[in-house]
Design a protein around this ligand. Sequence first.
Ligand code: GLY
Length: 310
Amino acid sequence: MPTDPVLVVHGGAWAMPDDMVEAHIRGVNNALAAGWRVLERGGSALDAVEEAVVVMEDDETFDAGRGSFLNRDGRIQLDALIMDGSTLRAGGVGCVEHLRNPVRAARKILSESPHVYFVGEGAEKFAAQHGLPLCRNEELVIPREVERLREYQAEANSHGNELFAPTTDDVTISHDTVGAVALDRNGNIAAATSTGGTLNKAPGRLGDSSLIGCGCYADNESAAASTTGWGEPIMKLVLAKWTCDRIAAGNLPEWAAQEAMNYLKQRVNGHGGIIVLDPHGHFGIAHNTPRMAWAYRTMKKQDAGVVREG
Ligand code: GLY
């Protein structure tokens, strides 16, 4: 008997100001609609998470694709991962500078390469060889982010420290990494995550989002998860896999998502959010930040918001 599909997406977890809430909810709803179109016609969870993430990469509201944070040199460097829970195949890209939709390149790696992970120029070359267009880095940069970096670096200089970085528990710093998890009619689950990383990051810095088990994970025998938040603490805990393992041990995703946020805070003083979905259609959405943009759809219900009560 076919499984009822489920789709959950997120668009970042932080102290999102009131005037940004509407754009975030619109953005996650648009992503939900794109992914759901795939699932309702019987498409795969893998295709659904890819299409949902592409919509958020194309939306300048989020720290993914065009409009992402700039690194210390004023350039955009993007990371993305996609993973198929039915085969454990995965594709990841890190530090790419000339791709509008890094998740599409990640998908090409998953589908058409014996390798799992490509970085920088090699990733872009692979993407181009597999039919994806390259763009100039400047095409990904928007004035809002130029100004944001300028203000940030001025503040850093006023502290006499050009390498100044916020503390990892500063929830006022935007973390608009995007992600999606899906369950399709065949009972397969998948996950995808995409990010521009952190503001003023050092060139070459890779966060959690594109690392298997950290920013994203999917296994039909446990669950699919996508995280958002400050990457370094999340990486140290391999948090997406940690959460899926709790579900494999018999816990519900709702509980595991909340536990993951507690663990992140208690163990490494980290902050962020997570979405997680099991192959039975149970899902959890949790964050330890004041707000997180999320949306979900099942056959019976659809909802979106920026606060999820635990
Ligand atoms: N979670 C996104 C990053 O830290 O790169």
